[in-house]
Every structure is written in structure tokens, then in C-alpha cells.
Design a protein around this ligand. Sequence first.
Ligand code: PLP
Length: 375
Amino acid sequence: MKTIGTERTVPFFDYPHVFISQEEAFVSIIKNVGRRGAFIMQKDLADFEVNLAAYTGAKYAVGVGNATDALQIGLMAGGVGLGDEVIFCSHTMVATAAAIHFAGATPVPVEAGSDHLMDPTAIEPAITPRTKAIMPTQLNGRTCDMDAIMAIAEKHGLEVYEDTAQALGSKFKGKCAGTFGRTSCISFYPAKVLGCFGDGGAVLTNDDEIYQRVLALHDHGRDHSGEVVMWGLNSRLDNMQAALLDYQLKGYDRVVKRRRSIARLYRERLGQLEQLAVPPGPNDDPHHFDVYQNYEIEAERRDELQAYLKERGVGTLIQWGGKAVHQFEKLGFTQSLPYTERLFERMLMLPMNISLTDDDVNYVCDCIIDFYRSR
Ligand SMILES: *Cc1c(COP(=O)(O)O)cnc(C)c1O
């Protein structure tokens, strides 16, 4: 929060805060790792992988270069490739579809539902004889209805891979996002709930054989003895980033708690406005534990509201630059997904991060209430 006279500015995301908030601790970790010369695949990474897996309840975690690589490597390790179709929700980052594409398979987009997550009822109509897998995105820090998705997968003999880039610690019926499918990914992009200082990601899996293939795939196809056993990529999580992430993981529950309290405040202040649809509050649904990676609302006269908030110093964002994946014309999708397309005319993300004070959040709410009151 910065105040200029009586005017407050609430940026959508405060990147320097990610580092400055715990600068002393971070600098001492950087010195410690640097002085040991421990840069690639060292103990800090191994420790972080163990702690991350334990945090989610997954059997294994493998640090990789970023979550997009994690998705691709997970699909490749699971045997998804040429000739296969993978169903995904079009309200996701293009990375979900790109990972499917670069694994050699065909991404098949389907509709989002009113919760902005994959609509389970849209899956069956998209199944063809070539469908191999479903890849739901656990979007905005909320986990899909995994009962419904797993039941459809089982009924049709399909595999499930999860895009959990936005959902570390999110749960459905007490089970963590990222532990339902054969593999999943976590992103440590700086603006993610657990962010590093550059790119980073991880693959999660419960499957021993997939784990061995992920290990080889992410390190030039080498096994633990250094023998090349397959064609592989180079996609490793830097040991220094891992050390910084491991430190932050220890305070992660506190971060999630704060985000949930911000969501509660937004919900209390904005939940009654008929011009908006806001996400459920943190305790509204016993089946869901949300980590609120994003606070994505639907708003009447969305563009006007966004401009008004900008004038008042409040930063907002429309996810993915305002388009669902199937709407990127150059990617060659032919599907029309009217519900999702309509959502993209209404959706807006409000500031949601731990640099916000309650006063900041109340200011954002005041501005939104003023907007609908005054015009
Ligand atoms: C951030 C994100 C990714 C990509 O993560 P990177 O670590 O930047 O590769 C993939 N999917 C979703 C839903 C994301 O939000």
C-alpha cells in the first residue's frame, strides 16, 4: 500500500514485495548456497522435493524448470503422445494446451462452468476413440469436482493428469490438488502462491514407474547412475531456487491463511452486489479448501469497472489477456465454447496477495461499490 495524498494505490501484484518482505533471510540462503557451490541437483533440492511431496501427500515430487515443462514431462512419462487426444478446460493458461501439444498429442478444449473450472458435464461429449486423458486445471487455487471427473475417467478408461500450477495446498474433500491424477504440476512463477525468483516448477506423482521416467526425462534421459536410458530434456529446478522455496514452504500455511482472510473480506463486502458474482468464501463449501491463487469475479460492465478502478489506483487483470485457449486463432482450434466465451466478457481478477492490508482490500471494495452506486 502506498498513499499519495488521500489517494491510495493498490497494484494488482507487487513483485518487489516477493523478495523484500523476507530479504534478510533470502540473502543469507543465497550466500549459504553460493559459498557451497551447490547449484545443480544438490541437497537443498532433494530436501525441498521431499518436503513438497509431504506437504501435498504425493509420493514423489521432482523439481523441474517450470510448470509447463512439468506438464509435458508428466504426460510423456505417463505415455501420452502421438495420436492421443487430451481433454482440457479452455479457461486455462495456454501452457496446459502447449504441454499436450509438445508431448505429441492433440489438446481438445471444453467449457468451464459457473465456478470457472472445467465443467464435468462437458467432458463426455468431447470423448472420441482417440481420447487418452483428461487434464483438468485446478484454477484460481480451487480444485475441480474430482469425484465427477474421476468417475467419468474410470467409466471411459481414461487417464487423468492435473494442471495444478495454481493450486498448491488446495483440497477437494480433504485430498490435495495434484494427487488425484497420474501426474500433476506445481508452478513457482513469482506471482504464484509459492513463488521463486525466476522460473521453477515441480512434477508430482504417486506412481513409482512414472517417477523413474520423470527423473530421467528431466535430466537428459539419464538414470541415477548417469547412464542414458532414453531421450531426455534438460529441465531441472535450480538448487538455489529450491533452497529459497524450501524456506518459504515452512511459512506457506500462514500465507494461505492470509489469502483466505482476504477472500473472506472481499466476500463480505461484495457478496451482496447484484452486479457481481464473487468466488465462494473460504468456509462456504465443506468439500473445498481454496488457496485463492486468484480472486476472479464476474462483473457487469466489466471494462468500465476496470477503467474506473484504474483511475482510482486499483490494479486488476483479465486472466490470460482476455481469451480462452480455443480463442487464440493462430493455434487452429475449431471448437466454439459459448459459455466460456461469455465468461471472458465478464471476468476480472481483483488484487489478491499477501502484500495487501485490510485497508487496501476495503479500499478496493469501496471503489467497486461506488462504481455501481454512481452509474
Ligand atoms: C502459471 C501456470 C502455468 C505455467 O506455469 P510456469 O511455471 O510459468 O510454466 C500453467 N498452467 C496454469 C494454470 C498456470 O497458472
